[in-house]
Design a protein around this ligand. Sequence first.
Ligand code: NAD
Length: 258
Amino acid sequence: MLNLDGKNALVTGIANNRSIAWGIAQQLHAAGANLGVTYLPDEKGRFEKKVGELVEPLKPSLFLPCNVQDDHQVETLFKTIGDQWGKLDILIHCLAFADKDDLSGDFSQVSREGFTRALDISAYSLVQLSAAAKPLMSQGGSIVTLTYLGGVRVIPNYNVMGIAKAALEMNVRYLAGEMGPLGIRVNGISAGPIRTLASSAVGGILDMIHHVEEVAPLRRTVTQQEVGNTATFLCSDLASGITGQILYVDSGYCIMGM
Ligand code: NAD
């Protein structure tokens, strides 16, 4: 049954009400999960306030800062989860970053610094958070990350983020191989293009969405809620035999040749 009562779920990557992670958090909550939510701290505390107000109706029992480039913050986050929850069942990795300049124009012009930052935040962070979650998933668990078709095909302007998603998808397989014997499943959702803060940095995102609306079998792109439904399924016992997979939630776009 799709019932997450008694499950502790950590959701990363909520920035605002358009975030895919917000769609996921709502569906996990509806299925009965106890939520922990992280936000990316900034100097003026804007994200803390904004995300805090947004998630308030879901009554998260943990609300903590998490910049994945700050090892101390990640350590504190998982120590708090251990102290307050004792165990973690679900980890939602729903974050990415690349410099706007690296998300348009010629891919070959990406700087070493931009390349490294994109791969660090968008791909290495899954390894980092999964390693920290592993000892807390003593009764098994489910880890879900978000990827995009640009990690397996060339999508104009997606550029360095495509390389990060390719690494992320391989991370899913290696982590699934390592953690499967412990009952921890690791999967990715490859979502169709959705207007969000992160996607607005990708050159021509609206054209990408319009193209999907014209070509995808369902003749539309997907919603945050649809991605949330699939994530909730992947975190539930209904998906107990699924690990190491990338599931496409993209209105069928990826099957088309023309
Ligand atoms: P979003 O801007 O709402 O979410 C991106 C999140 O990443 C934000 O919450 C931001 O705070 C977080 N983040 C950035 N740098 C961070 C850091 N150093 N530490 C911790 N968090 C950090 O955009 P979104 O589209 O909901 O993106 C969520 C995920 O979905 C990303 O992995 C994205 O690549 C993926 N995705 C998005 C689409 C799309 O079209 N929107 C499609 C497929 C996959």
